[in-house]
Write a new protein. Structure first.
Length: 366
């Protein structure tokens, strides 16, 4: 529960709202899972919480440690399903990449998660549980700071297709009574669900990343099918509204480099025309292969020329370093276990229909 939800939960039991802050601090800052140990709460409140609430950690099926320090966990999501979470350490920060759905219905053709199909949305508890487990398990930095400084919703699933569950998690990540992360260090990545970009702008002041991957509608229709529902012009308008609502906020545009598909200098020119003069940064992502894919990674030289062309046209452009690929934890490789699909793969003509059919599953957890 977010702080607001927890205050309502307590008020319904004739308890003072300030107890919500105490409970959050016990769970997220003191790492306590037993209500009896929350000693600044009255005995009667502790007894009531034990009756009406639960603090349940996720079940870990496996952990894999990469040669570069990356860590990947496989968390059970019930009934033989599982999702993956990845920690990526760097000299100046530690980034946790979390999942929001069991699989994904958007069917982006270059993504291992999309190839698995879609089973269900994760609950808020299942999402924040990934963060809590990683923080508990990872050693602190040499300076005493927590290992995790950044959290990105870039794991399995489309976060904005599970909007109702991610908002309480965002609240917990930035709240001073739980993890207290800077809003600039929490990033929601989306393939482009425009109505929820606008809603996110009003509900949560966090960083936004957009999986663009193509500079024109014809190409993006073929590799990011939701583009047929929300074409590039509509998507970019929503991005500029989001940036305008949050001063000094840039939108990061993710662009996976696919050999012979979207990596020509003409594509770079088209992309620069779309974004020049706007509050935009481009993050080029070398494609990470997975079993059964038809795509190949663009050469290092091609990626370098593409980046140089964007910079010459006035854009801020970086290339993401591939991390965790030895444990299949690199961008686009997360697959988890999605054996019981709602539909085996989303038909590209049914993207909008599937999003409207998607139902949230809610659980009561603190």
């Amino acid at each position: 529960m977010s702080q607001g939800d927890l205050e309502l939960f307590l008020a319904a039991r004739d308890e003072k709202p300030f107890h919500a802050r105490q409970v959050l601090q016990w769970i997220y800052q003191r790492d306590v899972s037993d209500f009896d140990e929350m000693t600044d709460l009255s005995k009667s409140l502790r007894a009531r919480l034990k009756e009406d609430a639960t603090i349940t950690p996720p079940e870990v099926q496996s952990r894999h440690d990469g040669e570069d320090g990356c860590v990947k966990w496989l968390f059970s999501s019930g009934f033989g399903q599982a999702v993956e979470t990845v920690f990526i350490p760097e000299a100046d920060r530690g980034t946790l990449c979390i999942s929001s759905q069991v699989g994904c219905a958007l069917d982006c053709s270059f993504c291992a998660t999309g190839a698995q199909g879609f089973n269900r949305n994760l609950t808020s508890a299942e999402i924040i549980g990934q963060v809590r487990h990683a923080i508990r398990e990872l050693p602190r930095r040499e300076n005493g700071e927590p290992a995790i400084s950044n959290v990105v919703f870039m794991g399995m699933g489309e976060p904005l297709a599970n909007y109702r569950s991610i908002v309480p998690v965002l609240d917990l990540l930035v709240s001073d009574y739980s993890y207290g992360l800077s809003r600039r260090r929490v990033t929601v990545s989306t393939s482009g669900i425009v109505p929820h970009i606008d809603k996110l702008s009003k509900d949560c002041n966090v960083a936004l990343a957009v999986s663009l991957h193509a500079p024109n509608d014809e190409l993006r229709d073929s590799i990011v099918p939701i583009n047929k529902l929300h074409p590039i012009s509509t998507l970019l308008d929503a991005c500029w509204r989001y940036a305008a609502d949050h001063s000094n906020r840039f939108i990061t545009f993710e662009y996976v480099m696919l050999r012979g598909v979207n990596d020509s200098l003409e594509h770079a020119n088209q992309l620069a025309t779309l974004l020049k003069g706007k509050p935009a940064k481009v993050n080029l992502i070398p494609f990470n292969p997975f079993s059964g894919t038809e795509f190949l990674r663009s050469s290092a030289e091609t990626i370098r020329h593409f980046q140089e062309r964007l910079r010459k046209r006035g854009l801020v452009a970086t290339t993401r370093k591939t991390r965790g690929d030895d444990i299949d934890a690199a961008c686009g490789q997360l697959a988890g276990k999605v054996s019981d699909r709602v539909k085996t793969r989303l038909g590209r003509k049914k993207v909008g229909q599937k999003l409207h059919e998607n139902k949230d599953i809610r659980m009561s957890s603190i």
